[in-house]
Design a protein around this ligand. Structure first.
Ligand code: ADP
Length: 480
């Protein structure tokens, strides 16, 4: 073998060794940070934060090794594949290291939190699973085993499931008042960090498959898109293509989810930031009237976090909706919804009028969801109206169904924004929405509920004159 090839092999070996070292280090640190967290050991957590430098150093070495190989050696196609994959894996492992650091940073902020045994148990299991995922990634890479790499996806499903159960428990604890909002939020974030380590391990598995057999879903999807654009209808998909299609679909869903999570974190950041500032000020303030004012503000911010979490939970529930359905009387839905917002309307000096009741209308569906949707519309009506104005809720038969309309005389919505108000976290006037405790999720829930019931939501509005939201729902018996 000539010199060039020897050098190249040495470089590639070095890259591989460093990557494997790094992955093992991260896996180890996942275990350590979990113990630090469960024991509330802030010193150990601080040491872990400092230790992130070791990973960064390895990561730099891998990157330099890759770049040197590209620049100085003469890699052939399969080496190139290795180098490209190594660069990607490097960033996945490095980010996983950052996630460990994030967990370590949360340890200090969690001081005093006493998650119950169930939550602790789930933390341990998420941690074990995340370590397993990282090590499986390393093993698949070391042995260049595409099948082993594929098995990572299943391991990640288990982690996702643990994470889901964990979040449910954290929220239950928060509701019961066992944890304050700040602690709950830290715990929620910690769970998310473990889950994301799993996502990175999944990426590593994909890269291994790329090294082994050039499997690259993005490139293949792009190729199909090009073929479609040029008018060449691709052949009937073979089984292989169909699999890739479903992977592309999963990736889209994944991208949407990531986007959504980024939004949520952003939305929560503001109130949580405000809360910690207020808490700090409060701690240093002796004046009784200041303290009570600060406490009020603190409570308002906490309420905001709670509202967002409530709405998020509701959305999650809706997305999974397979609840038992029954015949629901529309009159009852409207009455319950009005009841739910009456006090809120009273404090704002807004009147609520009900028109068109009683009716015999019945919808097949889930009562709680329907009440929540109508209540959300009424709640918006109140928040975007001024004192002295009236909101009218009416029920009308339409072809094949029934329409529930909530109409207000409030600020209205500009035409260009009408479609967008149903998007999660979209707000026409952020300041007003914040001011009145809006989460930006209310209408997303309404649309979901309508769709879950085979119906839809329509909106009409004129700035300065008011808005009217209509839910059209199919009548019970109209569908199977
Ligand atoms: P939010 O919690 O911010 O009210 P929603 O999803 O319920 O979130 O509504 C999204 C946006 O749509 C609001 O921020 C507001 O700008 C606009 N909007 C919703 N309902 C009304 C209404 N009845 N009148 C005027 N604007 C409204």
């Amino acid at each position: 073998m000539n010199d060039i090839r020897t050098n190249l092999d040495e470089r590639l070996n070095l890259i591989e060794t460093r990557l494997l070292e790094m992955t093992e280090l991260v896996a180890e640190r996942v275990g350590l940070v979990t113990s630090a967290m469960l024991e509330g050991d802030v010193d150990a957590a601080d040491a872990l934060v400092a230790g992130d430098d070791d990973i960064d150093l390895l990561s730099m070495q891998v990157e330099e090794g890759c770049i040197d190989t590209l620049v100085r050696e003469q890699p052939v196609a399969s080496d190139l594949r290795f180098v490209v994959a190594a660069l990607h894996m490097n960033s996945d492992v490095e980010r996983s290291g950052d996630l460990v650091t994030n967990i370590a940073k949360a340890v200090g902020r969690l001081q005093g939190a006493h998650p119950d045994d169930r939550v602790r148990d789930l933390v341990v299991r998420m941690s074990v699973q995340a370590q397993l995922l990282m090590r499986r990634g390393a093993e698949a890479f070391r042995s260049r085993d595409a099948e082993l790499a594929e098995s990572i996806d299943e391991l990640d499903d288990v982690l996702d499931d643990l994470h889901y159960r964990y979040i449910q428990h954290v929220i239950t604890d928060a509701r019961r008042g066992d944890l304050d909002p700040q602690q709950s939020l830290q715990l929620a974030l910690v769970g998310r960090f473990y889950e994301r380590i799993g996502d990175h391990a999944e990426n590593i598995g994909e890269r291994v498959r790329y090294i082994v057999d050039g499997w690259m879903p993005e490139a293949q999807a792009a190729e199909r898109a090009r073929a479609r654009a040029s008018g060449v209808e691709p052949d009937r998909p073979t089984r292989g293509l169909a699999v890739i299609d479903s992977i592309a679909q999963e990736r889209r869903v994944d991208a949407i989810r990531r986007d959504f999570v980024a939004n949520v974190s952003h939305e929560l950041k503001t109130p949580v930031g405000a809360m910690s500032l207020l808490a700090e000020t409060l701690a240093g303030d002796q004046d009784a009237s200041d303290r009570s004012r600060l406490t009020d503000m603190l409570q308002k911010e906490a309420k905001r976090v709670e509202n967002i979490i409530d709405d998020l939970l509701e959305l999650t529930r809706l997305e999974e909706a397979a609840d038992a359905r029954s015949d629901v009387r529309v009159d009852e839905v409207v009455e319950r919804a009005v009841e739910a917002v009456q006090a809120f309307a009273d404090t704002h000096g807004v009147a609520v009028a009900v028109v068109g009741l009683p009716t015999d209308e019945v919808i097949r569906g889930e009562r709680r969801q329907l009440v929540r949707a109508v209540a959300n519309l009424l709640d918006n009506g109140v928040r975007y109206s001024d004192a002295g104005q009236t909101i009218t809720v009416s029920v009308e038969p339409i072809e094949d169904g029934v329409a529930v309309t909530v109409k207000d005389e409030g600020v209205g919505i500009p035409r260009a924004e009408l479609e967008r108000v149903f998007e999660r976290f979209y707000r026409v006037d952020r300041a007003r929405s914040r001011e009145t405790g809006g989460t930006g999720l209310g209408l997303a829930i309404v649309r979901h509920v309508a769709q879950n019931h085979g119906g839809r939501v329509l909106v009409e509005s004129k700035p300065g004159e008011g808005s009217s939201f209509t839910m059209q729902l199919p009548r019970s018996g109209g569908e199977s």
